[in-house]
Structure formats: structure tokens, C-alpha cells
Design a protein around this ligand. Structure first.
Ligand SMILES: CC(C)(COP(=O)(O)OP(=O)(O)OC[C@H]1O[C@@H](n2cnc3c(N)ncnc32)[C@H](O)[C@@H]1OP(=O)(O)O)[C@@H](O)C(=O)NCCC(=O)NCCS
Length: 160
């Protein structure tokens, strides 16, 4: 979509993220995450991008650098969410591709993520990620009668 802008998150996005992306969360939780993102982006430890349509946040991606010395070249991809009204328009793919362009800022070459084994892994594979393992019953949803899912681990390596 031409009308979608992908950019780094700002504090003024907080209410729009709460209303359109993290609808299960509280304002305090979203405020805290946005503040952490702004601080950690300045310190080269995180990339937090949003997709914006007419001042409304309709997509979100969070990429967090691993802190352990052995994994400092790796980052975790989290909170990849597109508002249902804007799905299937290539927005998640744009968020991922744009996020990966910023990997140099956090000095990372490997992006790692996990997801439910419910078909979502095919979304990450469509982004070019490779499955490298599964954890049986690795995800538990406390809001849905403790429903369990097998967890799929995926990665993408960016060679220099
Ligand atoms: C998964 C999600 C982020 C996809 O967002 P989107 O903007 O609709 O995705 P895109 O339009 O950019 O699609 C990118 C590619 O993934 C594929 N894809 C999209 N959703 C998919 C799904 N649920 N399952 C399998 N493949 C999917 C598309 O066909 C497309 O493939 P292509 O490039 O080969 O045509 C969105 O459906 C969402 O927010 N879901 C709820 C939260 C979620 O599941 N997040 C990720 C796991 S934690």
C-alpha cells in the first residue's frame, strides 16, 4: 500500500498502538514499552518500527538485541502484528524488510523468532526465515483455558 509509512516508533504513537495493535494491554504497559524502545534504540539495543496509515498505527515490529556475550550477533523478532483491517496487503513483509535494514544499528546478523505451530510458521517462511526446531507444548495461552501449542523456532542469517 502506497499510503503506508514505515518508521521508528515515537512517544506520540502510544495511544494508537494501544487502540489498534496491543488491544489486550493496558495504557501503562504500552507507555512503558514505547519508552523502553525509544531509550534502547538510542543505545543501539532495539529496533521498534510501526506502519502508519493517516496517523493511525496499523502495524508493529520489535527487534531486540540479545544481551548475552555469546549471542550479541543475534536479535529476537517479537510483536509482529498487523491490525486485522490492514492484513494481506504486504505490510508485515514491509515491516520485516525495513527492520532488517536497521540490523547494522544493533550490530546483528541473525534474526530469531518463535511462533505457534498453527500455520503462522508459514508466514515467517514467506519472509525468508528457516525453521530450525520445535518445542512440544512450548506456548501456553493463559487467557484461553491454558491452551497449549507446539512452538516453532525460525531464524534468518544476514551474511555481510
Ligand atoms: C501474521 C501477520 C503479522 C501477517 O501480516 P500481513 O500484513 O497480513 O502479512 P503480509 O501481507 O505482509 O504477508 C507476507 C507474506 O506472508 C504470507 N502470510 C501472511 N499471513 C499468513 C499466515 N497467517 N499464514 C501463512 N502465511 C501468511 C502472505 O501470503 C505473504 O506471502 P507472499 O509474500 O509469498 O505473498 C498478521 O496476520 C497478524 O498480525 N496476525 C496476528 C498476530 C500474529 O500472528 N503475529 C505473528 C506471530 S506471533
Amino acid at each position: 500500500m502506497d499510503t503506508i509509512l514505515i518508521r521508528k516508533v515515537t512517544e506520540s504513537d502510544t495511544h494508537s498502538i494501544l487502540n489498534n495493535i496491543f488491544t489486550r494491554n493496558t495504557l501503562v504497559e504500552v507507555e512503558s514499552q514505547v519508552k523502553d524502545s525509544i531509550n534502547e534504540m538510542a543505545e543501539g539495543r532495539r529496533i521498534h518500527l510501526v506502519a502508519v496509515h493517516e496517523d493511525k498505527v496499523v502495524g508493529n515490529i520489535l527487534i531486540i538485541k540479545e544481551q548475552h556475550v555469546l549471542y550479541s550477533h543475534r536479535c529476537i523478532l517479537k510483536d509482529m502484528i498487523v491490525n486485522p483491517a490492514f492484513q494481506h496487503k504486504g505490510i508485515a513483509k514491509r515491516l520485516f524488510e525495513e527492520g532488517c535494514k536497521h540490523l547494522g544499528e544493533i550490530n546483528c546478523s541473525h534474526v530469531v523468532t518463535t511462533c505457534r505451530s498453527n500455520g503462522t510458521e508459514n508466514f515467517y517462511k514467506a519472509l525468508g526465515m528457516t525453521e530450525c526446531g520445535r518445542i512440544p507444548n512450548g506456548i501456553l495461552e493463559p487467557w484461553d483455558e491454558n491452551k497449549l501449542y507446539n512452538e516453532v523456532i525460525l531464524y534468518k542469517e544476514f551474511l555481510k
